[in-house]
Design a protein around this ligand. Structure first.
Ligand SMILES: [Zn+2]
Length: 528
């Protein structure tokens, strides 16, 4: 992977983020690390005649981007599921089902995503059965709250034998009491539990494709939250020399005892795959009114759901801390954010290799805005949620609380370390969406035209820092990543725009031309 050979790079502009030398046009790499930066003449004299040159002019080079919140394998596997979201009519849906069904063996369980349930009146179960040709088929709705199964799928899952509805779920039935195939909420879990799990080979193939897709977006590192089976897959990839992303891996709360027993602490691992923190859920989300709020929702009576009692979180964090494990806590509502800040502040972070962090930090009371910075807690945020959530936040939280929602500028002014990500597969892991959202603060429909709380906008350079320096601090490796400085890993990406200076409107059409990890070119647009 990394070699001793010298490589020199020349670009239109190299944004190093190193205050000593913020802008150069060339750099030299040895053994995967940056040897020096400067003008082309300086780098020439550094590498002499022995260096190979990579000419990226006129591109702008910036440090490699880190997606600080992704569910890597889940996203990777989801990419391989055929997508119906562009099918505008039921006959197009059925045509896709027929095409797929013809290409796979009869015993296959065939899943589709992105289905629009509003199209269903255009066809009956018999039409779906005909298109499926004996395969078990599920069309999963784009909101994941329902799915339409064919008769073969219902037969395999025992639904035809009057399987009774699960708590929190329902099977739709016709006037004669026969299931129509539509499964709602928890009943849809029967499909996920009943179909075969992807094999190791399928997971590995999906992951390699996902890795290449991230490189095409300039992403060189991720912070992923998943169970140990994903960690094992990444580990095997690394041992085989195939892991070309740098991964910080957080583990769900239920694995805390396993990690403590094995003596695995945050920061343990290699330069490619390292252990992050323990991931907790303190509350739910805005969309389902389960984010835990100090005051009731504007459009309903409740304050949301607290998923973890403060005493339980405190006791667990204390145990984790004693074992060298940091806390990575999901908190979206203002009450959840306050509770998590209280807990992490009183726990402290003595002896940890990587800092505690709060995931999402979506709605924060003014009085709490400076607390994360004071305690060295990283704010891991996903500005691209602004593209979908602005009207929802206004309806549910009202104007006063919206002022502290996605309060990027206020948090930054207080000195908070921001680490940006996508939460893929919830959103696409495309950093351009985050840049656009943080710059424009408008949703996909362009609302509001002058920006939502426009004083909370960031500059392109600040967003870039949230994708580079911030994640490096969050991963405890700011001494060797996040900037292009001598001795740092040679991880960077080259763009046809300058992402740190481009206007919001230019961002969506900007393209990554090349991506380099540890001095190795992992993506070249002209080789595509
Ligand atoms: Zn997530």
């Amino acid at each position: 992977m990394t070699s001793e050979r010298l490589l020199a790079v020349r670009a239109g502009k190299i944004r190093t983020l190193d205050p000593e030398r913020p802008e150069v046009d060339s750099l030299a790499i040895r053994a995967g690390r940056i040897l020096g930066l400067g003008s082309a003449e300086e780098i020439h004299s550094l590498v002499g005649g022995s260096g190979e040159w990579l000419d990226l002019r006129p591109a702008t080079v910036v440090p490699g981007l880190t997606d600080s919140h992704i569910h890597l394998i889940e996203w990777a596997l989801g990419r391989t599921v055929p997508d119906l979201s562009r099918s505008g009519a039921m006959d197009q849906v059925l045509a896709s089902v027929r095409d797929q069904a013809e290409s796979v063996p009869r015993e296959t369980w065939l899943e589709f995503k992105g289905w629009d349930p509003a199209l269903r009146p255009e066809a009956g179960l018999a039409d779906l059965d005909a298109a499926s040709q004996g395969r078990a088929v599920a069309l999963v709705a784009h909101d994941l709250h329902s799915g339409w199964l064919n008769t073969e799928a219902m037969r395999r899952l025992g639904i035809l034998e009057n399987r009774s509805d699960p708590p929190g779920g329902a099977v739709e039935r016709d006037a004669d009491g026969r299931p129509t195939g539509l499964l709602k909420e928890r009943a849809l879990d029967w499909w996920y539990e009943g179909r075969p799990r992807p094999s190791d080979a399928e997971r590995r193939a999906a992951l390699l494709q996902a890795q290449a897709a991230l490189h095409r977006l300039g992403v060189t590192a991720v912070h992923s939250v998943e169970a140990p089976e994903s960690f094992r897959l990444l580990e095997r990839l690394e041992l085989g020399g195939e892991l070309e992303l740098r991964v910080l891996h957080h583990f769900p709360q239920r694995f805390i005892d396993t990690l403590i027993e094995c003596g695995i602490a945050s920061g343990f691992g290699s330069e490619r795959l390292r252990v992050g923190g323990i991931k907790y859920f303190s509350d739910g989300a805005l969309g389902s009114r389960t984010a835990w709020m100090l005051e009731p929702y504007e459009d309903s009576e409740g304050c949301g759901i607290l998923r973890l009692e403060p005493q339980e979180l405190a006791a667990d964090v204390e145990r984790a801390l004693a074992a060298g494990l940091s806390a990575t806590v999901h908190a979206i509502g203002d009450a959840a954010v306050r509770m998590v800040l209280d807990t992490l502040e009183s726990a402290g972070s003595g002896g940890l290799a990587i800092p505690h962090r709060i995931e999402h930090l979506q709605c924060v009371q003014r009085g709490d805005l400076a607390r994360a910075a004071r305690s060295g807690i990283v704010a891991s945020m996903q500005p691209s949620h602004l593209l979908t959530d602005i009207r929802l936040a206004e309806e549910r939280w009202g104007p006063e609380r919206c002022r502290g929602t996605m309060a990027l500028r206020s948090l930054l002014r207080a000195g908070t370390v921001l680490a940006f990500g996508s939460d893929a597969p919830v959103e696409e892991p495309d950093p351009r969406e985050c840049f656009y959202a943080a710059l424009a603060r408008r949703d996909r429909s362009g609302y509001p035209s002058d920006g939502w709380f426009p004083d909370e906008r960031l500059t392109g350079l600040e967003v870039l820092r949230g994708y580079t320096e911030g994640p490096a601090v969050a991963a405890g490796d700011a001494d060797r990543r996040g900037r292009l400085s001598p001795g740092h890993h040679a991880d960077f990406c080259a763009w046809d725009i300058d992402p740190a200076a481009a206007a919001a409107e230019e961002i969506p059409s900007g393209k990554v031309l090349a991506t380099v990890v540890g001095g190795e070119v992992v993506y070249r647009a002209d080789a595509d």
